[in-house]
Unconditional design. Structure first.
Length: 341
C-alpha cells in the first residue's frame, strides 16, 4: 500500500505491505553482502528445510517516531545477539551483529514514510527473519539460508487507554519443555501456541498463561510475552532456564525496577498458586509488542483472582511510563538503550 494512503490513526496489528525489504543469501559457507529490494515474493524449493522441518528464526523490533521527528530503535544490538543465539540452537549460520543493526537501520530508513506519526502512538514493526532455504530430505540443517528484514506499520497497543487483560492459566497445554527450543525465537514454537490461544479467546480471555512442563505449577510465559508479578512489594519474574524466551523488554524492566524505582527484584520459580494470595498485588506481561500490559485477572478452572480492583497497579503503571518515556526520548536515556536511525 502507498504510505500516504494509510490511515495511521486507525492501525491495528495487521499485515500491511511496505516498500522495501532487506535480503541476504548464505551460500558456500558465507553471507553475501545484503541489499534492499522491493518488498515481494521470492521462489523457494519445495524441499527447503524451513518448509519441511521448520528451520527458521525471527526477531521483533519497533522503530518509533519521537515528538521532534527523530526515529529511534530500542536496544537493537540485543536483538542481534539473540538472533544469533537462536541461530546456534537451530544449527543456522550466525549473522554479524553490527551488520544486523545496520541492515535494520537501512530498512527503516527505506520505509521511513511508513513510520506512524508520533501522535498516533503507533510504530514501525520490524521483522528480521532467517530461514533454511536449501533443499533437504533427511532431518539435518540446510546448506543455504536467506536473511530477510521487512517492516509493517502498527497501531498503539492500547488504543483505548492503558487497561488490563484477563488471562486463563492452562494445565492442558505447555509452550516449552526443558531441553527444548523455548529460549530460541524459532518459528516452530509459535505454530503450537495458536490452538491454546484460539481456545482461550473463545472463552473470553486475551491469552493463556503457560505453566512449566514438568510440574504444571510454575509460570513460564503469557502467550508470547514474559510474565511479572509484584509479591510482597518485590518484582518477581520467572528465571530464564531454557523454557523462557529471554525478553529484551523483560531485562530492561528488571533494570528500571531496581535502578529507577528502587524495587527489590527476583528471578525465580513462581507457583501459579501465589497469584491467588493477597501478597501478590500486581501482575503484568512484557514484550516488544505488548510493551507493559497490565493483567487484570487470572482464572484457573473456577477460581478467579482480580488484581487492584481491575485497575493497572501502581508499579505496573510506573514501569510502563518509564519504559515508553525512554523509548520516545521523553525521559533521559541514562542506560544508553536508544539508537537513532
Ligand atoms: C519475543 C518474545 C518475548 C518478548 O521479547 P522482547 O524482546 O521483550 O520483545 C517473550 N516471549 C516470547 C515467547 C517471545 O517470542
Amino acid at each position: 500500500m502507498d504510505a500516504k494512503d494509510i490511515d495511521y490513526y486507525s492501525l491495528g496489528f495487521e499485515f500491511i505491505e511496505t516498500k522495501e525489504m532487506f535480503v541476504s543469501n548464505y551460500e558456500d559457507g558465507k553471507w553475501e553482502e545484503g541489499k534492499l529490494v522491493p518488498f515481494g515474493n521470492f521462489e523457494i524449493s519445495p524441499a527447503a528445510c524451513v518448509l519441511n522441518y521448520g528451520q527458521g528464526i525471527f526477531e521483533g523490533m519497533k522503530a518509533l517516531r519521537t515528538k521532534n521527528g527523530e526515529i529511534t530503535l530500542f536496544r537493537p544490538k540485543e536483538n542481534a545477539k539473540r538472533f544469533n543465539d537462536s541461530a546456534e540452537r537451530l544449527l543456522m549460520p550466525i549473522y554479524h551483529t553490527d551488520s544486523f543493526v545496520s541492515a535494520v537501520k537501512e530498512v527503516v530508513k527505506a520505509n521511513e514514510d511508513y513510520i506512524p506519526p508520533y501522535d498516533s502512538g503507533g510504530a514501525l514493526y520490524i521483522r528480521p527473519l532467517m530461514i533454511g532455504t536449501g533443499p533437504i530430505v533427511g532431518v539435518k540443517p540446510a546448506k543455504e539460508y536467506k536473511l530477510l528484514i521487512f517492516t509493517v506499520p502498527v497501531g498503539p497497543y492500547f488504543p483505548e487507554g492503558f487497561t488490563g487483560i484477563d488471562l486463563e492459566i492452562t494445565k492442558k497445554y505447555t509452550r516449552a519443555a526443558p531441553g527444548g527450543t523455548g529460549a530460541a525465537k524459532t518459528c516452530c514454537n509459535y505454530a503450537g501456541s495458536m490452538l491454546p490461544a484460539k481456545e482461550t479467546k473463545e472463552r473470553g480471555f486475551a491469552q493463556v498463561i503457560f505453566l512449566d512442563a514438568v510440574h504444571s505449577e510454575f509460570i513460564d510465559e503469557v502467550g508470547t510475552a514474559n510474565f511479572f508479578a509484584v509479591i510482597n512489594g518485590t518484582l518477581v519474574t520467572p528465571k530464564t532456564v531454557g523454557t523462557i524466551l529471554p525478553g529484551i523488554t523483560r531485562k530492561s524492566i528488571l533494570d528500571l525496577a531496581s535502578k529507577k524505582i528502587g524495587m527489590k527484584t527476583e528471578e525465580r520459580d513462581i507457583s501459579y498458586k501465589e497469584l491467588f494470595e493477597d501478597s501478590c498485588t500486581e501482575a503484568f506481561c512484557s514484550g516488544t509488542a505488548a510493551v507493559v500490559t497490565p493483567i487484570k485477572s487470572v482464572v484457573l478452572d473456577d477460581k478467579r483472582r482480580l488484581f487492584s480492583e481491575g485497575e493497572p497497579g501502581e508499579f505496573t503503571r510506573k514501569l510502563y511510563e518509564l519504559l515508553t518515556g525512554i523509548q520516545r526520548l521523553e525521559i533521559d536515556d541514562e542506560f544508553g538503550w536508544i539508537e537513532k536511525v
